[in-house]
Design a protein. Structure first.
Length: 299
């Protein structure tokens, strides 16, 4: 009994340590988001005096109102702003087009490539797959200049097509991720479909993809969120008003008053608004993703 009690106390101690670590991780992860929301609700005049407060002493929505252009220029300046606004609706649509089209096209093309590497046998398959994986070791900044030169020479600079094109097709990580799942799907399932007369494309579309809803949804969400917060490439290739994304718009917002101190409260309000669409998408599809996610290859 003594040994059993010691084991029980040891397990309880491990649980306490685990909960402490999980709680600390959650706090460290959520603190920047909390501080962003807190700063967006703080009047510009109170930003310094409320620096040590858990919550602003005089919370207000004026920062959101002036970011969205719901106040006059005089009211915005009186509230501590510069009078600058963000065309939130246009830039949100641009970001949805950019992130959504890349997420869908890149995930589907990566799934097709992953299926080919997992099921098809052709000469040089392993070498080609190794080259695809080598793409994981190439930093994105290395491809920025070649992509910019190509887009400029093709006349697609400051167009949505030009911004989307470089990231539209396969992603090395997505190919690797989906290939590992496809390898876990029993080949007997596809062999039965083959006996029914389904070819390679038919098996991929009608058998493999429906069984891969979890991994496919995972890659869709990961890619969408990654593209939604992308900044460097959209800033270089799409600075025009018609093609500007939310991330770039926030940067431009800060540059509209170079001779004044940074409008931190306005910037935090804009940043808070920019993450709301992603949070809504995660709330809508997150539960479905968790319920459908299965890496066993069977239902």
């Amino acid at each position: 009994m003594t040994a059993q009690r010691k084991l029980t106390h040891h397990l309880k101690g491990d649980k306490v340590i685990a909960w402490i670590l999980v709680t600390a991780t959650i706090i460290a992860t959520m603190f920047p988001f909390y501080w962003m929301v807190r700063s967006s609700l703080t009047p510009a005049a109170d930003l310094v005096t409320d620096a040590n407060r858990f919550w602003p002493s005089n919370p207000t929505l004026i920062n959101f109102q002036r970011i969205l252009g719901l106040t006059s220029t005089q009211q915005a300046i009186a509230a501590g702003g510069t009078g600058a606004t963000i065309n939130f609706a246009r830039y949100t649509i641009n970001s949805f087009v950019y992130a959504g089209s890349i997420a869908i096209a890149q995930t589907l093309s990566s799934a097709a490539a992953a299926y080919a590497f997992a099921r098809l046998h052709f000469k040089g398959r392993n070498i080609l797959f190794g080259l695809v994986l080598a793409g994981l070791m190439i930093p994105g900044i290395f491809t920025l200049l070649p992509n910019f030169v190509f887009i400029r020479q093709t006349g697609l600079l400051n167009t949505m097509s030009g911004i989307i094109a470089p990231a539209l097709l396969t992603s090395p990580f997505a190919v690797f991720f989906l290939r590992q799942f496809f390898l876990s799907i029993p080949q007997s399932v596809e062999e039965a479909a083959m006996l029914d007369g389904l070819g390679t494309i038919g098996r991929f579309w009608r058998i493999v993809l429906p069984m891969s809803r979890g991994p496919i949804s995972t890659m869709l969400l990961i890619t969408f969120v990654g593209m939604w917060k992308d900044y460097m490439w959209p800033m270089v290739a799409g600075r025009g008003e018609q093609t500007r994304l939310l991330t770039v718009a926030l940067s431009v917002f800060q540059q509209q008053a170079p001779n004044r101190s940074p409008d931190w409260t306005g910037l935090m309000a804009g940043a808070t608004l920019s993450v709301i669409p992603v949070i809504i998408i995660l709330i809508i599809f997150g539960r479905m993703l968790v319920e459908s996610l299965s890496f066993s290859g069977s239902k």
